[in-house]
Design a protein around this ligand. Structure first.
Ligand SMILES: [Fe+2]
Length: 248
């Protein structure tokens, strides 16, 4: 498996490039519009062909590169079916498996940060799953906020403690953001040390803590959410789009 963690410093977003050694197919997860030239250069230099862009959720803090990558490479855009924008080529839900050559991304529905948040368990050939992309559901010693876009702290508690923690302590965790330079973690570390969701935390302490955060809105929310509902485009129909839009 080819696995690269890429970083956008302005939004503190991690993008993941995941490729198959044998077929050279690749997917890019949560690409950032400002980093498209850097990311596509890396794809080219590694001899990969992008087949899919994948979003963990509709982001409020940056604009996705998915639409522009589709135009430049033909890569299909995959998003959550639960709140999937009509611009996408395919909607994903719990249990769906995205195949990237011999590499698989198994979809977990992990709502709570937003109503449509997805996580992806990554493995080789459907076995040997050793890492999970958690989007904003589970961050290193933190989690995404739950105060807009269908956010629900009770649901996030359930998503993290009953789905992500169930993946086992050895599972590597690759989040969609970090603000302190901690780029990855494990389920075991978060079960023990996550100050919101791990250790002695309960559903009640978590819900109370999230309700008391009173965070300012993300700087880009007014631009990013509408743009991301259009796959990062201005919302105009793209005649070169290879697949049919998601229904609903
Ligand atoms: Fe987010």
């Amino acid at each position: 498996m080819i696995f690269r963690q890429l970083f956008d410093a302005e939004s503190s977003t991690f993008t993941y490039l995941i490729g198959c050694e044998r077929t050279r197919a690749a997917a890019i997860v949560d690409p950032v519009r400002e980093q498209i030239d850097r990311d596509l250069a890396l794809v080219r230099e590694l001899g990969l062909a992008l087949t899919n862009t994948v979003e963990t959720h509709v982001h409020a803090d940056h604009v996705t590169a998915a639409g522009e990558i589709r135009r430049r490479t033909g890569a299909r855009t995959l998003v959550s079916r639960a709140d999937g924008p009509a611009c996408a080529d395919e909607g994903l839900a719990e249990g769906d498996v995205v195949s990237v050559g011999d590499v698989t991304l198994r979809t977990l529905a992990t709502p709570g940060h937003t109503a449509g948040c997805l996580s992806f368990v990554v493995g080789q050939g459907g076995t040997s799953e050793d890492r999970v992309l958690t989007g904003d559901a589970l961050l290193v010693r933190g989690c995404g906020r739950t105060d807009f876009q269908g956010g629900d702290s009770g649901k996030l508690w359930g998503s993290v403690t009953s789905k992500l923690f169930a993946l086992g302590d050895a599972m590597l965790v690759f989040p969609a953001h970090d603000y302190r330079g901690l780029n990855m973690t494990t389920i075991g570390e978060e079960r023990r040390w996550n100050p919101r969701l791990g250790g002695e935390a309960t559903r009640e302490t978590f819900v109370a803590l999230m309700a008391a955060l009173h965070l300012p809105p993300p700087k880009k929310i007014d631009e990013a959410v509408p743009a991301n509902r259009a796959c990062g485009d201005d919302g105009a129909a793209d005649p070169r789009r290879p697949g049919p839009p998601v229904q609903g």
